[in-house]
Design a protein around this ligand. Structure first.
Ligand code: DC
Length: 224
């Protein structure tokens, strides 16, 4: 059987992980899995159902029977509905950390994520991929960047997608999510011991992608 590889890219909010992970996956012909989109999809489902995303007992009622599909072209389906755009709105971004801190929700999504990585080579980005979801990943990257730099990237991304945002709101949101994500009890945002830290504050996307591809080649011998 052909050997499969798992590449884990973790790091704080808006560190540019998804853009980079997508390109790395494309260069290697691996499947890209955006785990943040999965937490966002659950958050949207909770809000849509009129439930309180800060209340665990209420929020977990959306789980039974719920389906999340990540399509090749980046489309995200939640229970068959295209939620690609709505999961990036401030309403969802502002509430997703509460949902991501709920253990029953994490366990359900981690099961799905492991299943996805089981049979194919993946580039998976998130917060706990190297520490918890795929502890045996052959390559683990911990991607960081300054708060200002991350807020600017998220702001530009929202503008390009036509999502109305203010810079102040983005900075606040990034700081708030960093805090909640790294202080939750279960599988918090933390660099895995065997992860390679990569500070991308002064790097452009191309440079980050190339740096990660070099690390992958060094660790696995796999060439893009
Ligand atoms: O990467 P993102 O901004 O789309 O992530 C959305 C939220 O989901 C973020 O607040 C942290 C959380 N998350 C997580 O807890 N674990 C993951 N593996 C991925 C995301």
């Amino acid at each position: 059987m052909k050997e499969t590889y798992s590449i884990a890219i973790d790091g704080p909010a808006a560190a540019g992980k998804s853009t980079v992970a997508k390109r790395v996956a494309k260069a290697l012909n691996y499947t890209y899995i955006d785990t943040g989109a999965m937490y966002r999809a659950v958050t949207y489902a909770v809000i849509k159902a009129g439930l309180d995303p800060q209340n665990e007992e209420e929020s977990i009622t959306v789980l039974p029977g719920m389906t999340i599909d990540l399509l090749e072209d980046g489309t995200v389906l939640c229970n068959g509905e295209d939620v690609t755009k709505v999961i990036r709105t401030p309403l969802v971004s502002g509430n997703v950390s509460y949902i991501a801190a709920m253990k029953p929700i994490r366990l359900a999504l981690v099961d799905m994520q492991r299943e996805l990585a089981n049979k194919r080579s993946v580039v998976m980005d998130g917060r706990d991929i190297g520490t918890y979801v795929l502890p045996d990943a052959q390559v683990k990257i911990f991607q960081i960047a300054s708060v200002e730099c991350r807020a600017k990237r998220r702001y530009d991304e929202n503008v390009s997608k036509g999502i109305p945002t203010s810079m102040e709101d983005v900075i606040e949101d990034v700081k708030k999510r960093d805090y909640i994500d790294s202080h939750r009890d279960f599988a918090p945002l933390k660099q895995a011991e065997d992860a390679i830290p990569l500070d991308t504050s002064e790097m452009n996307i191309e440079e980050v992608v190339n740096a990660i591809l070099s690390i992958i080649e060094e660790k696995t011998g796999v060439k893009a």
